[in-house]
Design a protein around this ligand. Structure first.
Ligand SMILES: *[C@@H]1O[C@H](CO)[C@@H](O)[C@H](O)[C@H]1NC(C)=O
Ligand SMILES: *[C@@H]1O[C@H](CO)[C@@H](O)[C@H](O)[C@H]1NC(C)=O
Ligand SMILES: *[C@@H]1O[C@H](CO)[C@@H](O)[C@H](O)[C@H]1NC(C)=O
Ligand SMILES: *[C@@H]1O[C@H](CO)[C@@H](O)[C@H](O)[C@H]1NC(C)=O
Ligand SMILES: *[C@@H]1O[C@H](CO)[C@@H](O)[C@H](O)[C@H]1NC(C)=O
Ligand SMILES: *[C@@H]1O[C@H](CO)[C@@H](O)[C@H](O)[C@H]1NC(C)=O
Ligand SMILES: *[C@@H]1O[C@H](CO)[C@@H](O)[C@H](O)[C@H]1NC(C)=O
Ligand SMILES: *[C@@H]1O[C@H](CO)[C@@H](O)[C@H](O)[C@H]1NC(C)=O
Ligand SMILES: *[C@@H]1O[C@H](CO)[C@@H](O)[C@H](O)[C@H]1NC(C)=O
Length: 439
């Protein structure tokens, strides 16, 4: 539990930090990174997953592949360990399992296994995209998921959660990625039988799912690519929790936004819409902080970014070696899509990466007392804010303060001194976010 302040001065926002769970997914980029030099792969593990020196993601989402049959995009077609019912090849998907094992080694507390498509003997069109989950094959699918989770447990990698269907309302018929439709009538059976099967196998792994009416879930998940207003989101999430008898709501995917109105193109607090954009700067960083803040107000217990790395950089580095600095993807880190020809194995850190660190570090897992305040200056000029405790709590002297701005990345800066009347004045450079730690 951290200090929670109401929004006081707009556009200088105070974003209380309540929940420790901040994750990202290992979908797709791990296939490319398998072709990178070992030191770069290891560096990316440290950047994202190291709990002390890195971003310290607290949730890593491993994508269990369906074999990629029919998928037209090479790096969105992960291998599957499934050979036939009950027969597995545990050497498959070395690319994805590398980072799964790293996440376990680095002590990431929440490991989620999520599936875009079941193996092809369980889909209506014998492909990893464009079909439906076959009802008669649900028992085989559930056994497969249970066996995969059991296998990884025996290897020292314990999945805390399994998400057996990702965006199940879509078959992903365009086949640019894996996907399968799971119709609403099938969803309860998948969730219920999977939960029972995991339990029977002696596993404590919980099922998380879109199936909001089921009370045995560990988490009730949603993506929010329509960028609804804070008020709408709050209502939807409350409705979800009400329907499920209080199962916590998880926000498990977001990326890819731009201002909905062109007059808001440089406004970090703009109403957003789903859009491809390639902005590594503080503008996109503060928009992310604003989304995290809204989710916080809506009391979601998890917040996961979509792909941790992206090669959709919007420009060609071989024609302009610095083009990825400009507003030209959706990752926290970028890499060159042309790495195989250019041999450019550089990893570009976006401001979203540094901004997210304010939230992973602001509420570490297990923190139980007033601890930190995250605030941001969403103006293109210098500003200051006076924090005062008011009726419900007293501010104390902060012990450390970190700042990300146009020129800084989670840099430790001098703490303001608590004044005699109990208030704190924080000077904030343009477009900056900071975390104050209290004892
Ligand atoms: C297991 O998968 C690996 C990686 O794709 C492959 O090289 C190997 O041949 C497979 N083994 C069997 C027995 O299919
Ligand atoms: C995380 O980083 C710290 C500091 O660099 C290092 O001592 C530690 O070994 C790293 N953890 C892992 C699991 O690599
Ligand atoms: C899928 O494969 C099965 C088994 O080989 C076959 O019986 C069925 O006709 C195939 N279905 C489609 C849609 O190709
Ligand atoms: C959720 O349940 C509470 C308590 O019954 C009720 O006050 C609230 O209106 C419900 N919210 C929604 C969005 O249905
Ligand atoms: C931009 O336009 C939208 C829609 O017309 C409006 O709601 C919003 O207030 C405008 N923003 C600014 C900064 O003028
Ligand atoms: C290279 O890209 C940067 C960032 O977008 C831009 O500022 C610069 O003008 C570009 N250089 C050339 C030669 O186009
Ligand atoms: C890891 O990657 C970051 C970002 O590209 C870079 O700044 C840093 O030097 C790299 N560290 C190592 C040890 O390669
Ligand atoms: C700071 O920028 C805002 C627009 O973002 C403007 O309204 C305000 O007047 C500026 N303040 C100063 C002191 O320049
Ligand atoms: C408390 O002290 C600070 C610093 O001296 C001052 O800026 C602020 O106005 C004071 N607040 C009140 C409520 O007196």
């Amino acid at each position: 539990m951290a200090v929670r302040l109401v929004l006081t001065l707009v556009p200088l926002l105070l974003l209380g930090v309540h929940y420790p769970w901040r994750g990202a997914s290992g979908a797709w980029w791990t296939l490319d990174l398998a072709l990178y030099p070992d030191d770069v792969r290891q560096n990316v593990s440290n950047l994202l997953l190291n709990q002390t020196s890195g971003l310290g993601l607290t949730d890593y989402r491993y994508n269990l592949g369906g074999g990629g049959v029919g998928v037209t995009t090479w790096d969105r077609a992960p291998e599957t360990p499934y050979v036939s019912d009950g027969v597995y090849n545990w050497s498959a998907d070395a690319a994805g399992t590398y980072y799964l094992k790293e996440a376990a080694l680095q002590g990431v507390p929440v490991l989620t296994l999520f599936v875009n498509s079941a193996p092809i003997t369980m889909t209506s069109n014998n492909q990893s995209c464009g079909g439906d989950l076959v009802t008669d094959r649900i028992p085989a699918y559930v056994q497969y998921l249970t066996d995969v989770v059991s296998h990884w447990k025996s290897e020292g990698v314990e999945f805390t959660h399994v998400s057996p269907m990702n965006e199940p309302d879509d078959t992903f018929g365009s086949c640019n990625q894996e996907g399968m439709q799971v119709v609403p009538q099938q969803r309860a059976e998948v969730v219920t039988t999977l939960a029972a099967s995991l339990k029977a196998a002696g596993l404590s792994t919980q099922v998380i799912s879109d199936e909001s009416s089921d009370t045995i879930l560990g988490g009730n998940c949603h993506h929010l690519y329509d960028f609804a207003s804070a008020a709408t989101q709050q209502e939807v999430f409350e409705y979800g929790r009400n329907l499920s008898g209080g199962v916590p709501t998880w926000f498990t995917e977001i990326c890819c936004y731009n201002a909905a109105n062109s007059n808001d193109s440089d406004n970090p607090l703009a109403t957003l819409t789903y859009s491809s954009q390639y902005d590594p700067t503080m503008l996109s960083g503060l928009r992310m902080a604003h989304i995290v803040g809204i989710i916080h107000l809506c009391e979601d217990s998890h917040w996961d970014w979509w792909t941790a790395l992206s090669n959709e950089i919007g420009c060609t580095l071989s024609s302009n070696a610095t083009c990825w600095d400009g507003i030209q993807s959706s990752g926290l880190l970028y890499y060159d899509p042309d790495y195989s020809s250019s041999q450019n194995y550089d990893i570009k850190v976006t401001k979203r990466f540094s901004v997210l660190k304010h939230f992973t570090k602001g509420a570490p897992v297990g923190s139980i007392r007033p601890y930190s305040i995250v605030a941001l200056n969403a103006q293109w000029n210098t500003s200051s804010i006076t924090l005062s405790g008011g009726g419900t709590f007293e501010l104390t002297q902060p012990v450390a303060m970190y700042r990300t701005s146009v020129t800084e990345d989670y840099a430790e800066v001098q703490v303001p001194t608590l004044s005699a009347n109990g208030s704190l004045v924080v000077d904030a450079p343009e477009m900056s976010i900071f975390t104050l730690f209290f004892q």
